[in-house]
Design a protein around this ligand. Structure first.
Ligand SMILES: [Zn+2]
Length: 315
């Protein structure tokens, strides 16, 4: 039985689009969680610096071996501090996406603060990469009610922070639209493999084979049906040797199992924009916001018992 109700006609007859995307957070998450003491938490700093310094070259080597391009979301503070990693990712032709300035959560900020950090991150990332930045993933997926308007104002092509469908969809807000390329927490390595008490991540660490089983079970369910598989991985977690080897095994399996299109998310979004414009495919549209504010139902005075359901007469 087909799982995808509106399968996407991917390029060249591919039956699935695949993107192993990476959130290159380095120590930004630690700095946000512990701004006063992060500099003293040297063990965690070392573990997270491993991402851009050790994992990014390894990941780029693997992608180069397969001839794949993907997307790396980089907080601009990280981009400023790791020029060698940036040169490698950009030099290899990968897309760099906006991921906040210091991994600040948009929905924990005022609209004014969110706009400030968004713009600072955007301008800095374009200056460092020389790329036009068109893709966004909110730090910790924490999209706020004003994030879409910032992305629309800045001319972004897509967001990839949300999980409202199996395939790309459109968010329409105040007459403006933005493509959403959804992932799922099942494809995120954080719940399966992260373990760091400074970050409050004390999950039992999954074996690479167990994580791979979860990732591929989702892929198997959609790979013949015009589906989408987007991994949300972190270099300091999944760039370690055994997990990087697992990614190689996954790519080899995917290439054999289905006709896959491996692409950065900006290319996937551009394809969605094209087939939507020419009428060959129709995305689902989400009218935003989902809720204008706190639900009126929380006001107890608004409720009355339903007529005819209150009293039983007994016979
Ligand atoms: Zn992140």
């Amino acid at each position: 039985m087909r799982m995808i109700r509106n399968p996407v006609p991917w390029p060249d007859g591919a039956t699935c689009a695949v993107a192993f995307t990476w959130d290159v957070d380095a120590e930004s998450v630690l700095q946000i969680d512990h701004p006063e003491t992060a500099h003293r938490r040297i063990f965690s700093l070392s573990a997270m610096r491993y991402g851009p310094e050790i994992s990014v070259p390894r990941i780029c080597d693997i992608f180069a071996e397969f001839g794949h391009k993907s997307t790396f979301y980089v907080p601009t503070w990280v981009a400023e501090r790791y020029p060698a990693a940036m040169e490698r990712m950009v030099g290899d032709g990968h897309e760099i996406g906006h991921h906040g300035y210091l991994h600040e959560s948009p929905n924990l900020q005022s609209p004014e603060d969110e706009a400030y950090w968004f713009q600072r991150a955007h301008e800095g990332l374009e200056a460092i990469t020389g790329q036009k930045i068109v893709g966004y993933r909110a730090p910790s997926f924490d999209v706020s009610p004003v994030t879409q308007s910032l992305l629309n104002d800045a001319g972004y092509l897509y967001d990839s922070s949300l999980m409202g469908d199996d395939v790309p969809y459109v968010m329409r807000e105040n007459g403006r639209e933005l493509i959403e390329i959804p992932a799922t927490i099942i494809h995120d390595d954080w719940p399966h493999c992260s373990h760091n008490w400074d970050l409050g991540a004390t999950n039992q660490i999954s074996t690479p084979s167990r994580a791979k089983e979860l990732y591929l079970s989702e892929f198997d369910a959609v790979c013949d049906d015009g589906g989408l598989w987007v991994g949300v991985w972190h270099p300091w977690i999944s760039g370690r040797p055994a997990r990087a080897r697992m990614m190689i095994e996954m790519i080899e399996y995917m290439e054999k199992r289905a006709k896959c299109w491996f692409a950065p998310l900006k290319d996937i979004a551009a394809h969605i924009a094209k087939i939507t414009a020419d009428g060959s495919w129709t995305p689902n549209v989400h009218e935003m916001p989902y809720h204008a504010g706190k639900l009126a139902e929380w006001d107890k005075s608004t409720w009355r018992p339903a007529a005819g359901k209150v009293a039983a007469t007994g016979d």
